[in-house]
Design a protein around this ligand. Structure first.
Ligand code: PEP
Ligand code: MG
Length: 636
């Protein structure tokens, strides 16, 4: 029977330490000095001292110190808010002795190793069966670990070390798995680096088995928040069954398997919190904010009140959105249209996620600049974009390059008589290279999780776009040379918001990874109607046939180049426009989170075939009012 039965599936990545030397004489000396049995039972440090068990004086001091609210900032790995009680895991490392074994022990050590493989395999099979029922997303991860565990090449390496170098089974396992892990850790790809965790998990399974680790887990209650150095998907499944409501770890990233699982089963999680195991004790009241990546200990009454209110708001929102938030955005006849959100702050991203957005279709990065009245430093930008990307993960996020002009350049350029027709958007950035390249580098660094798209506003010529692409490539080279991590395949899109860009969409489509149509500006520039001028409201009308025809040209070009095409202007949320845009073949709509549900309801209520016919007819009409009247009568 497996020694992992019962509480056994606690498969934490325990740290290991190595004692000894391969020199036999010295090793023997060290072994006896250490006075430890060869396979000593590990010391499992149960949760930190309970406050009530301390002597009165100390107790008082400690309680006072503990009452101070503290905030720990990590990486948001799975959204949600939980108020609960900490259960902290602290584990003493397994000690691996490196003393050589006697030649007559070779066979026994090989058998110990093979027995460990057999038992761990049986145990993994049981966990996979549990995963198939409870959390299918995790089963393939465990199957990959099963494959690693039984990899004949790895088994041969371990056996060779035992046979030829007189390593103990534990030492041989450590050496073999560590060398495999090192290969993974040296790649710059975070995905592969995370997979090194799988190797570590397999190694720990084997070492725990050999060390007779029969660990009893501190009791997990219904409001427990697990705090630990790292956590495996099996831990998440087991602890969740026992009542765990959230977890926070020192290690792992947002692409770790535990984080993927947490998102899939809806458990809030924060990762990358340095040294929390030593600083958060079992029994401490905690708030975990999985949206912001924050853990708060000993929350003050106002903080508790604030978070309780947020919990209520989230529940309220979930009730209002009901089933729609999780239902797919597709028509009755199965045509999918990705529903994205426009978001400018971390809070907007939180709201977009709870509204069921499939990604963030537009971040107006210049708002950071407007708020501060100066251009943020490269580091400040990086921090901001990184936070947005991490909050959105695994959804993608579309960062738009600064769309600034002489009306909001803070003295960088002299005032122009007509800023909308002046040095705006990409034109401005190409003239102010230092600002552009700093932003590109910040965006690239924030792309390390592979969920960032970058798009360029106010394009009128192919050359501009070309130039921007070569500047982006040069920035990639700079970062690559410095050994920095970024998404080499960062998608770069073109905003189509001038009639010129629409009319050269075919040429731009050959260069861009996606299109995003800015109908706010496309309307202003096509109809020569200032979008800010209230007197022009009757003229500023996106239902104008000229705009519809430009939309058709853009969408056709995107289809011809097989790239996604979004609408991120206000028109995307217009009640009378949804059927028209879907019928024209738009692939993404990006709207404010408050409009998401309404747009999804409309998409789910229409047939693509009908919408297509409706769009074709709308395109034959001569005036805005005819188009409006037709769409309203046909869709209500
Ligand atoms: C647009 O022009 O439609 C758009 C989305 O960008 P902005 O409103 O920021 O100009
Ligand atoms: Mg615009």
């Amino acid at each position: 029977m497996s020694r992992y039965s019962g509480a056994h599936t606690y498969l934490h990545s325990f740290p290991t330490t190595t004692v000894g030397d391969t020199n036999a004489g010295q090793a023997k000396q060290q072994h006896s000095d250490a006075g430890a049995p060869f396979h000593e039972s590990p010391q499992y440090i149960l949760p930190a001292v309970q406050e009530s068990s301390l002597p009165p004086q100390k107790h008082k001091r400690r309680r006072t110190a503990h009452r101070k609210e503290k905030r720990f900032k990590g990486i948001p790995a799975s959204p949600g808010i939980i108020i609960g009680t900490a259960v902290t895991f602290a584990v003493e490392p397994i000690t691996i002795h490196t003393n050589p074994i006697e030649p007559e022990q070779i066979q026994a050590e090989i058998e110990r190793f093979l027995h460990a493989v057999q038992e761990c395999t049986a145990d993994l099979h049981r966990t996979i069966a549990m995963a198939n029922e409870e959390a299918p997303v995790v089963a393939p991860i465990l199957e990959a670990q099963l494959f690693m565990l039984n990899d004949p090449a790895v088994c041969a390496m371990v056996s060779n070390l035992i046979q030829q170098r007189l390593y103990s089974a534990d030492h041989a396992i450590q050496e073999t798995f560590d060398s495999q892990q090192a290969l993974m850790l040296h790649t710059s790809d975070p995905y592969l680096r995370e997979r090194a965790t799988d190797i570590e998990n397999v190694k720990q399974r084997l070492l725990n088995f050999l060390a007779h680790r029969n660990i009893s887990i501190p009791t997990i209650h219904n409001d427990s928040i697990v705090i630990s150095e790292s956590i495996t998907p099996s831990d998440v499944m087991l602890f969740r069954k026992q009542g765990m409501k959230a977890f926070a770890t020192e290690l792992s990233g947002i692409t770790s398997h535990a984080a993927i699982l947490a998102r899939s089963v809806g458990i809030p999680a924060v990762v990358g919190l340095a040294n929390v195991c030593k600083r958060i004790h079992t029994g401490t009241q905690l708030i975990i904010d999985g949206f912001a990546g924050i853990v708060i200990t000993h929350p003050q009454p106002e903080t508790l009140e604030h978070y309780r209110q947020r919990q209520q708001e989230l529940e309220h929102k979930a009730r209002i959105l009901g089933k729609y938030a999780t239902l797919p955005s597709q028509t009755l006849d199965g045509h999918k249209v990705a529903l994205l959100a426009n978001a400018d702050t971390p809070e907007d991203i939180e709201l977009a996620r709870t509204s069921g957005a499939e990604g963030i279709g537009l971040v107006r990065t210049e708002l950071q600049l407007l708020e501060r009245q100066l251009v943020p430093t490269e580091h400040e930008q990086e921090q901001f974009y990184r936070e947005l990307a991490e909050r959105a993960y695994p959804l993608h996020i579309t960062l738009r390059a600064f769309d600034i002009g002489s009306d909001k350049s803070f003295g960088l350029i002299s005032n122009e008589p007509n800023p909308a027709l002046g040095l705006r958007g990409l034109r401005f950035l190409l003239k102010h290279r230092a600002i552009f390249t700093a932003q590109i580098r910040a965006v690239l660094r924030a792309s390390c999780h592979r969920n960032v798209r970058f798009m360029l506003p106010m394009i009128t010529t192919v050359q501009e776009f070309h130039k921007a692409l070569s500047i982006i490539e040069a920035c990639k080279t700079t970062l690559r040379d410095a050994g920095e991590d970024f998404d080499n395949a960062l998608p770069v899109g073109a905003m189509i918001e001038t009639p010129a860009a629409a009319l050269i969409a075919h040429e731009l489509g050959a260069l861009a990874d996606f299109f995003s149509i800015g109908t706010n500006d496309l309307t202003q520039y096509t109809l020569a109607a200032d979008r800010m001028n209230a007197h022009l409201t009757p003229i500023y009308d996106t239902f104008h046939p000229a705009i519809l025809r430009l939309l058709r040209t853009i969408i056709e070009a995107a289809h011809a180049h097989n790239i996604p095409v979004a609408v991120c202007g206000e028109f995307a949320a217009h009640a009378a426009a949804t059927e028209l845009l879907v019928g024209m073949g738009i692939s993404e709509l990006s709207v404010a989170h408050t409009s998401l549900l309404d747009v999804k309801k409309r998409i789910r209520g229409m047939r693509f075939s009908t919408a297509h016919a409706l769009a074709n007819h709308a395109l034959t009409l001569a005036t805005s009012s005819e188009v409006r009247k037709y769409l309203i009568s046909a869709t209500t």
